[in-house]
Design a protein around this ligand. Structure first.
Ligand code: AMP
Length: 281
């Protein structure tokens, strides 16, 4: 695997692949890699000629400075994992490489509209602007044929779909299903910060989504979401939301619709905020 730390070096390497029209698959990450990240790499490996991954803990997307400071960093293990999944290139830039003008410099503001005002958008102000900024910079640099992202961050996928639309970048977004622990807990870099007790309790997010799915035809949305929210609170979670959205438009639903619907949960246990989601039909 090639490792590049500067945009210039990565650019010089990618030039020939781009000229030859090779299919480049790109997997942006913040490191502390697990099998969920590797599922994206594996899909890119199958579908593309060249697989480029990046590891960059992007400061502009953290609305909580403590979360940024404590974000797990495991570069040596990450490199081994990426090599084991046959990644061709790792881009590992510094903050000044990605933000030469500083992280607080004026920047483009993206109009993500409604998507940025609900659920994660409402609970993490500024988060999606930071995500948009870094993904835009990385896409400009790598110019991938396909961009691989996880359904685990469903609203983020919708934001990136909108970013591609706004910018006209001709990259195809591929959304990869959520990889889970054997008990159902969605894999996440933040899980490493859970105590064994918190980790055991965190299965409740997946169980809650399953419960909504199983009772979806029998009960109204408000009852289903309230029940799961109350269950989570009763075992010690601070619940940000339990919601059901239109799987296409991301509109938060009070009533069921004919199209695809997705259940989403965000809840905090101790210091750690977890999210999960599931298609309901
Ligand atoms: P992160 O390093 O958390 O920014 O995640 C990098 C990419 O991996 C994003 O597209 C995530 O949605 C995806 N990802 C994170 N966790 C999982 C998971 N459990 N299953 C599938 N994809 C995931």
């Amino acid at each position: 695997m090639y490792l590049f730390k500067t945009k210039n070096d990565l650019n010089a390497f990618l030039e020939t692949y781009k000229k030859e029209g090779k299919k480049i698959g790109f997997v942006p990450t913040m490191g502390a890699l697990h099998d969920g990240h590797l599922a994206l790499v594996t899909k890119a490996r199958i579908e593309c000629d060249l697989v480029v991954a990046s590891i960059f803990v992007n400061p502009t997307q953290f609305n909580d400075p403590k979360d940024f400071e404590k974000y797990p960093v495991t570069i040596d293990q990450d490199i081994l994992k990426l090599e084991s999944a046959w990644t061709d290139v790792l881009f590992l830039p510094s903050v000044s490489e990605m933000y030469p003008e500083g992280i607080n410099a004026p920047h483009q503001v993206y109009d993500f509209g409604y998507l940025e005002t609900v659920l994660e958008g409402a609970y993490r102000p500024g988060h999606f602007q930071g995500v948009g900024m870094i993904v835009h910079k990385l896409l400009d640099l790598v110019q991938p044929t396909r961009l691989y992202m996880g359904q685990k961050d469903f609203q983020q996928c919708m934001i990136i779909r909108k970013l591609l639309e706004i910018t006209g970048i001709p990259t195809e977004l591929v959304i990869v299903p959520t990889k889970r622990e054997p008990n159902g807990l969605a894999m996440s870099s933040r899980n490493t910060r859970l105590s064994p007790e918190e980790k055991a309790l965190s299965i409740a997010l997946y169980n809650g989504l399953n419960e909504i799915k199983q009772n979806f035809n029998q009960q109204p949305i408000s009852e289903l979401t309230m029940l799961v929210s109350n269950n989570l609170q009763s075992i010690g979670f601070q619940v940000d939301y339990v919601s059901i959205v239109n799987g296409e438009t991301f509109e938060v639903l009070d009533e069921k619709i004919d199209g695809k619907m997705v259940g989403l949960i965000a809840a905090k246990i101790g210091e750690i905020r977890l999210i999960d989601n599931m298609y309901l039909n």
